[in-house]
Design a protein around this ligand. Structure first.
Ligand SMILES: *Cc1c(COP(=O)(O)O)cnc(C)c1O
Length: 399
């Protein structure tokens, strides 16, 4: 029988990729190597390991078997050569941006970013003269118009947090390739089950693994996937020397979370579709932003690069900031919290919470109004989620 090795599908890889029965002594679950350091058989072996003449672990900041299993798994899921794990999404983002830039370089960003990424860019600018600009990136011309001779990185989020606007990954990658500028994509809102930026020609993927990859609201972590030629350098410099590495136990939790990623995201997406439908019928809701919605202005891009809409919906309430706060306070069991991608439905107010650090003028440019609410639809029964949202909306004073 011809048993030619065929590449396994993502649903299989989340469970099996990187499993080496011998190294794991047959343990079905990933062994947790909760150790800071590794012993050498001899002084000579220590010398060889430091000289990188012999494979093997040395010290957990430089590499750990549990963490390495997670790195191999995420690399396979995103379709990249190498993965690296960090202590948070921001440790991952900062390691990548610092690796790609030096003083007086320029970063071109999507016109909407995670609040702390925005903060990091401001710091890089103030302290190290690494400049940045924002672009809507609606078409090639718009990207081209913002590139400068000193642009060394294009950094995008799609869907953009929290407005859920989409950027055409293939279009941006095509323009960038012409000028040999690496494209970095924050894939946190989608996860590799929904969107794989490397397949569209982008160069580096970063994740806040805290969100969908972990999926249970119990760990903070970050991941990066890309070419070995780039990530080997990150591992030896920004990761090793700045040191924001993931702990073995957190890697273990993320490996556990990853196994159910596809089924969780299908459920998040199914629930979100129902909630979008219901929100659309309520008179207190003016606008809804959800990538999988046929009414979404970027629906064509959604069809091209995303498998499902995932769980995050943003919407605008008819009223002002105080109505939004009253609405959140009216909720009975849904939780007011930042973060997303957890089993629990979480709701937050970007302009006073996640994006409060962004100056008002730039918030306006990004479309973050004081009426905008971000909802991360969880895994509960959608009828219960809607019932709570609806009663909280109905309790608002008439407008
Ligand atoms: C949460 C988040 C981050 C930061 O990740 P942490 O794990 O909190 O450091 C970066 N980008 C996006 C889109 C996020 O949602």
């Amino acid at each position: 029988m011809d048993v030619k090795k065929k590449e396994k599908q993502l649903e299989t890889k989340v469970v099996h990729e990187g499993y080496h029965s011998e190294e794991m002594l047959g343990s079905l679950a990933a062994p947790l190597f909760q150790t800071s350091t590794f012993t050498f058989d001899s002084a000579e072996q220590g010398e060889r390991r430091f000289a990188r003449e012999e494979d093997g672990f040395v010290y957990s900041r430089l590499g750990n078997p549990t963490v390495q299993l997670l790195e191999e798994r995420i690399a396979a899921l995103e379709g990249g050569e190498r993965g690296l794990a960090f202590s948070s999404g921001m440790a991952a983002v900062s390691a990548v941006l610092i690796s790609l830039t030096k003083a007086n370089d320029h970063i071109l960003c999507s016109s909407g970013l995670y609040g702390c990424t925005y903060g990091l860019l401001s710091m890089l600018k103030d302290k190290y003269h690494i400049n940045h600009d924002f672009s809507e990136m609606n078409c090639e011309e718009e990207v081209l118009a913002c590139l400068r001779p000193e642009t060394t990185c294009i950094y995008i989020e799609t869907p953009i947090n929290p407005t859920m606007k989409l950027i055409d990954l293939q279009m941006v990658a095509t323009v960038a390739k012409r000028y040999h500028i690496p494209v970095v994509v924050d894939n946190t809102f989608s996860s590799p089950y929904i969107q794989r930026p490397l397949e569209f020609g982008c160069d580096v993927v970063v994740h806040s693994a805290t969100k969908y990859i972990g999926g249970h609201g119990d760990v903070i972590g970050g991941l990066v996937v890309g070419r070995s030629s780039f990530l080997d350098g990150v591992a030896m410099t920004t990761q090793k020397d700045i040191g924001g590495v993931l702990s073995p136990f957190d890697a273990w939790l993320l490996l556990r979370g990853l196994k159910t990623l596809p089924i969780r995201l299908d459920r998040h997406s199914d629930n979100a579709e129902k909630i979008v439908e219901k929100l659309g019928t309520h008179p207190r809701i003016s606008t809804i932003y959800y990538p999988g919605d046929r009414e979404h202005p970027n629906f064509a891009i959604y069809q091209k690069q995303m498998k499902r809409g995932a769980g995050v919906i943003s919407f605008e309430l008819v009223g002002d900031k105080y109505d939004v706060q009253q609405f959140l306070n009216n909720l009975e069991f849904l939780k007011i919290a930042v973060s997303l991608g957890d089993a629990e439905t979480l709701i937050q107010h970007p302009s006073t919470m996640t994006h409060a650090v962004v100056p008002e003028a730039e918030r306006d440019m990004m479309g973050i109004t004081e009426q905008l609410i971000r909802l991360s639809v969880g895994l509960e029964a959608w009828q219960d989620i809607w019932e709570d949202l609806e009663q909280a909306l109905n309790k608002l004073d008439d407008k």
